[in-house]
Design a protein around this ligand. Sequence first.
Ligand SMILES: N[C@@H](CCC[C@H](N)C(=O)O)C(=O)O
Length: 314
Amino acid sequence: MRFHFTVCQGSGNDFPLIDARAIDLDDATWAGVARALADRAGPVGGDGLLLLTDGDAHHAFGMRMFNADGSEAETCLNGLRCVARAGFEALGIERASVRLKTSTAEVSRDAAIAPGVTTIREVAGPADLDVGRWLVTGDSENVQRPIPGLPSARAFTAVAMPNPHLIAFVDEIDEDELSMIGRFAETAPPLLPERANVSFVEIRGATAMFVRTFERGVGLTDSCGSAMAASTFAACLSGRTDFGRELIVLNRGGLVRGQAEADGMVRLSGNATWDWTGSAEVDAATGVAGAVEIERHYNDEIAAWAEVADRAAG
Ligand SMILES: N[C@@H](CCC[C@H](N)C(=O)O)C(=O)O
């Protein structure tokens, strides 16, 4: 099968994005397409695959997101900004309710975060602390507590956005330690039957924090939007900042503006940047992509975001 796609990124979290509104494939085939196109050793590469899907009576359009390993996630908030842009451009609209796998999010165009940067505002949630479904400790909530069975004595907050996140606030991020815990979660131990995204968060003064995430189904990524949302909520819960206050949420790929409310809704505002469009032949059965034909590079957008990411890196 040959697929046309746009390679895009939200805060450095990069994905091939397919307009799948007229493509009817089963889940196993999409999983194979994701493995093929997101394979970093292949001709495209990314942190996962995004699909723009049809709307319904309540949603202008939908989003599906497959991780690089082919597993389907409940949401992807960096990816949602990209799918929102694609949906807006396809339908000629500026705001929408979007159907996610198990929830709905609201998206709209926002004032540019920096010159030349297409910026989308998204409101997702509510952040869910009732985590007994995916964190099997015997308790329904785990807020700022060590998790018995996890290979770490750190205090974690478990929150679903609705995808599962474990968040620890640390003085200094140790990537080896984060990866060790993330890899443990990837084994789907009895404690975490659905696995989880694991993040370490450094507070940077009164108005900023830095989030590093080992993503379920991917590994260490430059940025994870739902982890930034979960971290913003967890920072408010633990009194590190206040509900209703906007934070700059930094990551390896740049930044977003984030704000959590006491009702669990979290707003992120950030980029949806096109890198290039093209097409590739994909063998979904083997998860292998063939030679790519590139149609267009978006050099101005790439340069505009590079300035933001450079400034964010300090
Ligand atoms: N990077 C994403 C989250 C992608 C899904 C995640 N790996 C999961 O399996 O839950 C984001 O920006 O939210």
